[in-house]
Design a protein around this ligand. Structure first.
Ligand code: BTN
Length: 247
């Protein structure tokens, strides 16, 4: 869809832009590519039921509605990969190096988190109808709550200058939608290779935790289904949320 036929709606305060966009989907008013940007979010949601905190007017708080009918429900990782690549392209336009995807969809600069993605889906019968793609990027915030401050970073902290958050939000939206269009035209192997090329700790030994047991293993990539692949004395693969990173 051309950039000028979609809407980029700026909201003052919402509980969660994902909830807001999901409300639009459920009311039957969804349009592919429409985006909802909030200046303030009071109950921002992170992955795994966590809270996403964001200081008022300082960050990107964005949800994009995507029509996913062209994808099978079994292929949800395809969308995650495309959205992650869109976010990486966007971040690389502001930050020159060391931008990586920490599996499955954290946006990292060096060993710190600059943003995250939360995708929520609407499936009817066997058809994946819509996705609400929520993205939070730390832009001008320089103080984080103690529980996350040691592993969070903002673009301002990386680049030493302030950014126009709304302008960046629009650019992020364009980058993500471009990669979703690419999903329709490009062999997924190419997209997966690009995702793996940006993978945090690729070919490095890391510590992971599964059911309270911490173990060391080497990251070898991510499979077409989105499983994390590792190798130590044997090859392993992990589904989403089966393991946690120990940083
Ligand atoms: C994570 O890393 O846990 C994912 C964070 C996703 C946060 C964004 S901010 C915009 C959208 N609205 C929400 O409530 N969450 C996502």
């Amino acid at each position: 869809m051309p950039a000028d036929t979609r809407s980029f709606i700026i909201l003052n305060t919402v509980d969660s832009t994902n909830n807001y966009a999901m409300g639009i989907v459920h009311s039957g008013m969804a349009v592919h590519g429409n985006a909802y940007f909030a200046l303030e979010q009071t109950e921002g949601k992170g992955r795994r039921g966590k809270v996403w905190k964001s200081t008022k007017e300082e960050n990107i708080i964005l949800s994009i509605i995507a029509n996913t009918c062209f994808l099978s429900v079994k292929h949800q990782f395809k969308l995650i990969a495309a959205v992650s690549l869109g976010c990486i392209d966007f971040l690389k336009s502001s930050v020159k190096e060391n931008i990586k995807i920490k599996w499955p969809n954290d946006l990292f600069y060096d060993d710190t988190k600059a943003g995250g993605i939360l995708i929520e889906n609407v499936v009817k019968g066997k058809v994946w109808q819509w996705a609400v793609i929520g993205i939070g990027i730390n832009v001008n915030q320089t103080e984080f709550s103690p529980d996350i401050s040691s592993h969070s970073i903002s673009l301002k902290q990386i680049e030493g200058k302030d950014f126009d958050v709304i302008g960046l939000g629009k650019h992020l939206c364009d980058c993500v939608l471009k990669h979703i269009e690419d999903l329709k035209q490009t062999n997924f192997e190419i997209i997966l290779n690009q995702y793996n090329a940006s993978l945090y700790q690729l070919n490095k030994k890391v510590k992971l935790k599964k059911k309270n047991i911490v173990f060391e293993t080497m990251i070898t990539g991510v499979s077409p289904q989105g499983q994390l692949l590792t190798k130590d004395f044997m090859e392993r693969s992990f589904d989403f949320d089966e393991v946690e990173w120990v940083l």
